[in-house]
Design a protein around this ligand. Structure first.
Ligand SMILES: NC(=O)c1ccc[n+]([C@@H]2O[C@H](COP(=O)([O-])OP(=O)(O)OC[C@H]3O[C@@H](n4cnc5c(N)ncnc54)[C@H](OP(=O)(O)O)[C@@H]3O)[C@@H](O)[C@H]2O)c1
Length: 438
């Protein structure tokens, strides 16, 4: 080892000086009478890290950055002959040295990314605040789509508060599994699965009649189940429109008498801020839209229907003590978008993982609307986690809300608007004109 060391002494003996020639060069440190650029010194202070075996002796010339590392310099000098890479002693030390620096930088970048992630996920969004919930013993709730995502999280919390909870989902396997998990986690044995496929009006009717036969009470109806995928149902309607709105509309109507008899009772409809792009035309209600973004449009239309359904239901139930709320749960990392187009997934999945809420956070506003005292005067309103919010203009259109109601009645074969014919094909045949009230 030569007496002239290629790396600086310990910084405790150093003093920082600014560069005499101006501000456009990096500052330097005066150590033992010699000037060292701060950047060079910082590199030399990065912690020594083990080398990656793949690199050992294989550093291609000029690829590994060279920096003044004590270990690298010592190793290079100590070898005293041609290095494994054939580049000579100094070169070998510098290469190893560069590997250390590279690894240090990689760790630094990983650290920085983790810090940014933590800031975004927990700093900007705010830490979730646990909320006190009332005792719900003696109350019965239905949660549609309670087998996963927001519905499962809401059902878990309702069960924790002592409610009797019916998980109304289409898959017996997933429904039973969710019910038994919730029973196990909460110790509440009043959690049950009941089959409901909202994509089939027949199934909705079967569910309602089984429920009304078996359960004497209903205090909370959480219309949560939803799909984002396109397609057509056995009844001839757009799949998102039927699952997200029409099936729930029929379900609510069939259970309304029970809700009234158990009042005060509530209906919570899980809508979405996606209602902003919704366009509902009473004359083509339930028909899948066409065009490039038809799946997205279909979803937004169904969510606008959710907001308007809550609005009209509240108007119609005034004075009955059955109240109703539409909610936007936030952007939540669930399996809702598993049917998103392939090209969108590489964008959506990392975003969801990094920034979206988890299911229990998404369920908070649902639970608030289901259980918070004093919300009755706000029946029919649209809520987010921050409280009641104005929906987008179409979501405040009372004429459209009435038209949707009457159109929905006609499509499911209820009320007076369309006789008792059920299904889209029938609805289209005899109801091409806009419903009355427009
Ligand atoms: N995630 C978000 O960012 C977000 C944002 C705004 C609004 N929302 C709304 O939140 C609600 C819940 O969605 P999520 O995010 O929790 O998604 P999710 O995890 O996919 O849950 C949807 C639930 O709906 C059920 N479901 C689907 N089709 C059904 C059918 N035909 N009959 C009965 N149940 C059916 C699913 O059952 P399977 O397990 O059998 O599929 C599942 O339990 C939806 O209405 C959605 O529009 C979500």
């Amino acid at each position: 080892m030569t007496s002239e060391s290629p790396f600086p002494p310990e910084p405790s003996r150093a003093s920082v000086i600014s560069h005499p020639s101006g501000q456009d060069r990096s500052p330097e440190v005066l150590i033992g009478g010699q000037r060292w650029p701060v950047l060079t010194l910082s590199l030399s202070l990065l912690p020594p890290v083990p080398r990656i075996p793949l690199c050992h002796g294989l550093e291609p010339r000029g690829l590994c950055p060279v920096g003044p590392s004590r270990r690298g310099a010592e190793a290079g000098a100590g070898r005293g002959g041609p290095s494994a890479g054939g580049a000579g002693p100094g070169r070998a030390g510098a290469a190893r040295n560069g590997g250390d620096g590279g690894m240090g930088w990689a760790l630094l970048v990983v650290g920085l990314l983790m810090a940014v992630y933590t800031l975004l996920r927990y700093g900007l969004r705010g830490a979730p605040r646990p909320r006190a919930r009332p005792d719900l013993r003696g109350r019965t709730a239905i949660v549609t789509g309670g087998s996963s995502g927001i519905g499962a999280a809401a059902a878990l919390e309702l069960a924790r508060c002592g409610a009797r909870v019916i998980l109304a989902t289409r898959s017996a396997r997933r429904g039973e599994a969710a019910a038994s998990r919730i029973r196990r986690e909460t110790g509440n044995n009043q959690v049950q699965f009941m089959h409901l496929d909202l994509a089939s009006l027949r199934s909705v009717r079967a569910f309602a009649s089984t429920f009304l036969r078996q359960e004497p009470q209903l205090h909370l109806l959480i219309n949560n189940a939803g799909v984002s995928a396109g397609g057509t149902t056995e009844d001839g309607f757009s799949l998102p429109f039927q699952v997200n709105h029409l099936g729930h509309f029929l379900l609510t109507q069939l259970l309304l008498e029970r809700l009234r008899s158990c009042a005060p009772s509530r209906v919570v409809i899980v809508a979405s801020s996606a209602h902003c792009a919704g366009r509902l035309r009473p004359e083509s209600l339930g028909r899948p839209p066409s065009g490039l973004f038809s799946t997205f449009q279909d979803y937004c239309d169904s969510k606008l229907a959710n907001v308007l359904h809550a609005r009209e239901l509240a108007t119609r139930e005034q004075g009955t003590q059955v109240t109703c709320y539409a909610v936007h749960p936030g952007f939540v990392n669930t399996s809702l978008f598993r049917h998103a187009p392939l090209w969108l997934k590489p964008l959506l999945l990392p975003l969801a993982w990094l920034l979206f809420l988890d299911a229990s956070e998404g369920a908070r506003v649902v639970l608030d609307c289901a259980t918070q005292d004093g919300l009755e005067p706000l029946s029919g309103r649209y809520f987010t986690d921050c409280g009641p919010r104005l929906p987008w203009a179409a979501g405040r259109d009372d004429r459209l809300a009435r038209a949707l109601w009457e159109g929905s009645e006609r499509l499911v074969g209820l009320g007076t608007a369309g006789g008792h014919q059920e299904g889209h094909r029938e609805g289209r045949r005899e109801g091409a004109a806009a419903p009355t009230g427009q």
